[in-house]
Ligand binder design. Structure first.
Ligand code: DGJ
Length: 741
């Protein structure tokens, strides 16, 4: 999969569908030659470059006006040496200089995907090959660029490492995981931005000269800008056109940017945000950037998503959870908030178990003096007023009902009024002589300090060792402000954000080592840390605190660009909805939650009998479709971001093609609507399909080319019973009939 042409000095990474080409330039720097559909035949350096004598440029070699880095397409560009665009790295040496000249030194090719000291993807020797290119500067630093290409998935995993082989300290001001200069700028940039309860909405803008970027300086990958981007050709859509997708496997501060220069070259780069970052690299030390995953599709966004879905399922999520589906959960947060007793929880769980729900998750409020969001965080011992028999007693009672038991924690935070605060005010992130801002009355613990992490770990062990816990929901509800660590030296304060997230990863690792059978769901006020690194530890994430069915259409739709349905926690909650006050039908809420892990978050004891009957049916249906939904191929048929935002449609097809499940959603009922045909995808043209409720089997070609007939809600004479009013959804369960046409 990886070739090096010594004469041409060209590296070619390829699988059956894609190629990535890097060349060594005459000054020893690397050129980015190509990334896209597979190239075959000999690749010569001059096929990718032309004489660049453009006048009025700064040039690298004396008496040679043709070689300016500014006019080259570079693979890992540096600052200050004829290239005036943004560099991929920036270091500072002992005399304050930022001038470094890294030249190609050597390379190695390995089978498989070596792991790094951060959450990273994995691949067997038979699945992937890795190229490492080493670059050296004469003052004692070595950069290693690492590229892993996967044999049967269009994925290239990139990261960068820098090692100090000299005798002096150097500072890293920037070390991007990925940089590449694409040959033109005819791309649209899709970014996934939003806020709390409005995560990952889609914004598409054509690239323009200058820099456009997404970033986070919150200490978390954030609900505001997801650490990913898609570049797509103008006019590319779900099923056609070129698209490049990239997503950073990192949960802290990030930057992903596109810079269009005066030659219409697009420099794409991404990694840890260089803002507020500075890392002291002592002799013999090494620093690794997180991994960036890169994919190319020649067939639109759908192919990109299918690639990422398979990749997340098979090369990111821990093997332990590969062939499993996720349990149906009942969570008490929106049912009780902080106000519960052991008996109330058991009553909820009992109702849940009678309806077929498989796991009860006890949310916030079970520990310390936690009766509101004013206090409690940091005191990870049970609140005996609420739970006299502890988590041990409660988890036993829940298990006795035939359900699994899950527990909420928020281990990175501290409230005032806690024992932890009394004893360790110095453990908060923040300067001792300056005010520290709170968020939801809480403060962030300094996870760059190992003592802090160990203390929290020990408290959690005390709880978890003594109870029967099957699942943890790990929440995080405040971003880092006044970033200052009392234990880091002056010239290491710039390390705090990264060290913080390393502390979080460390705690994840310790918990998983000790409790390998506990399934972890990550959460950050909903989807505020919905990234691949979290997924590496916690194979599912709470997609959003917004449980409204209409809002969830947009959030889940965009999340599915990179993440498979099995990772998206989705619950049916009460109406009026607690986030937007909307009344939607139980049916539509269920039909949206179906496209995720599925669960409930409401007070079942307050429901009417008819609602309970409906829920029982929903649970039964989901169980019958769960394997398909969690492991099938997902298709976005209609986008909630397009046309008039009124319709969305989703489909899943099983990997063997035998089964499919389709749901069509309509937000508002409209008068005298035209007949709609919903074109399905992923079926066999010549196969016959039986749709539940239809008399005749229908061919794949009809379903895909003509489409499934969606009758209008109101034809001017009668309103169909199944299509009453606003907030409708219609589902179709489709099975392949056992013969071909
Ligand atoms: C924020 C989470 O996103 C909610 O689901 C819930 O767990 C609350 N925190 C509890 O405080």
């Amino acid at each position: 999969m990886i070739e090096f042409d010594l004469k041409e000095k060209v590296f070619h990474l390829k699988n059956n569908e894609i190629s990535y080409v890097i060349g060594i330039l005459e000054n020893g720097h690397l050129g980015h030659f190509y990334f896209g559909k597979k190239l075959s035949g000999p690749l010569m350096s001059n096929m990718f470059r032309i004489d660049q004598n453009k006048g009025l440029t700064s040039n690298v070699f004396e008496n040679n006006p043709s070689f300016s880095l500014n006019n080259e397409r570079l693979e890992y560009p540096c600052y200050g040496s004829t290239d005036f665009r943004e560099p991929a790295f920036d270091f500072e040496d002992k005399d304050g200089s930022h001038i470094y000249n890294f030249k190609y030194s050597d390379y190695e090719i390995l089978s498989g995907k070596p792991s790094i000291d951060l959450p990273s993807s994995y691949g067997l020797e038979s699945e992937a090959s890795t190229l490492r290119i080493k670059l050296k500067d004469k003052f004692g630093l070595e950069i290693t660029l690492s590229y892993t290409i996967f044999e049967s998935l269009n994925i290239i995993a990139r990261h960068t490492q820098v090692r100090n082989t000299g005798n002096e300290v150097h500072y890293i001001d920037r070390l991007m995981s990925l940089s590449m200069d694409l040959k033109d700028s005819n791309w649209e940039m899709m970014q996934f931005s939003g806020d709390w309860i409005r995560e990952r909405h889609q914004y598409v803008t054509p690239l323009r000269p200058g820099i456009q970027s997404v970033y986070s300086h919150r200490g978390a990958s954030s609900a505001n800008h997801h650490p990913s981007l898609i570049l797509k050709r103008l006019g590319a859509n779900e099923t056609q056109g070129e698209a490049i997708g990239m997503t950073l496997m990192y949960s802290g501060n990030h930057l992903i940017q596109c810079e269009v220069d005066s030659n219409s070259i697009t420099r794409v780069m991404g990694g840890i945000s260089p803002s507020y970052f500075k890392w002291k690299l002592q002799p013999n030390e090494m620093f690794q950037s997180p991994e960036m995953l890169l994919s190319y599709s020649g067939k639109g966004l759908e192919q990109l998503s299918h690639t990422f879905h398979d990749f997340v399922r098979n090369h990111i999520i821990s093997k332990k959870w590969h062939n499993t589906t996720r349990p149906i959960v009942l969570n008490n947060w929106e049912a009780t908030y902080f106000d519960f007793t052991e008996d109330k929880i058991v009553e909820l769980a009992k109702q849940g178990s009678e309806l077929g729900i498989e796991m009860f998750v006890l949310d916030d409020g079970w520990f310390g003096n936690r009766n509101s969001d004013q206090t409690g965080l940091g005191d990870w011992f049970v609140n005996r007023d609420k739970l006299p028999n502890g988590i041990e007693g409660l988890s036993k009672r829940v298990h006795d009902l035939g359900m699994q038991f899950g527990l909420w924690i928020e281990p990175e935070m501290i409230n005032k009024g806690t024992l932890l605060y009394e004893n360790h005010q110095d453990w908060l992130i923040g300067h001792p002589d300056r005010a520290i801002s709170h968020g939801r009355n809480q403060y962030v613990l300094d996870y760059s300090n190992q003592e802090v992490v160990d203390h929290i770990l020990n408290q959690l062990i005390n709880v978890l060792d003594n109870a029967n816990v099957d699942y943890i929901k790990w929440d995080m509800n405040k971003n880092i402000t006044e970033a200052y660590s009392k234990t880091l030296a002056r010239d290491q304060q710039g390390e705090l954000f990264h060290r913080y997230i390393l502390g979080v990863y460390y705690l994840y690792e310790k918990l998983i080592d000790r409790y390998p059978n506990i399934l972890i769901e990550s959460c950050a006020s909903g989807g505020g840390r919905f990234d691949l690194a979290m997924m590496y530890y916690a194979p599912q994430a709470w997609t959003s605190d917004n449980t409204d069915a209409v809002e969830r259409l947009k959030i889940q739709h965009t999340t599915s660009l990179f993440f498979p349905l099995i990772t998206m926690a989705s619950h049916i909650s009460d109406v009026p909805n607690h986030q937007v006050g909307r009344m939607t039908s139980l049916k539509m809420r269920g039909d949206v939650a179906n496209f995720g892990t599925f669960g409930y978050e409401l007070d079942l004891t307050k429901l009417q009998d008819a609602e309970k009957v409906e829920i029982k049916e929903q649970v039964k249906t989901f169980k019958s479709l769960r394997e398909l939904i969690h492991h099938g191929e997902f298709y976005r048929l209609i986008s909630p971001f397009e046309n008039d935002y009124n319709n969305t449609a989703w489909q899943v097809v099983s990997k063997d093609g035998n089964q499919s499940f389709v749901t069509w959603y309509q937000v508002l009922s409209r008068p005298n609507e035209p007949i709609k045909y919903l074109k399905l995808r992923g079926l066999e043209v010549d196969a016959l399909y039986q749709i539940t409720g239809f008399d005749e089997a229908i061919s794949g070609s009809y379903l895909m080319y003509q489409g499934l007939l969606i009758e209008p809600s109101f034809n001017g004479v009668e309103i169909k019973e199944y299509a009453l009013g606003d907030f409708q959804s219609r589902t179709f369960v489709i099975k392949k009939v056992n013969y071909n046409l």
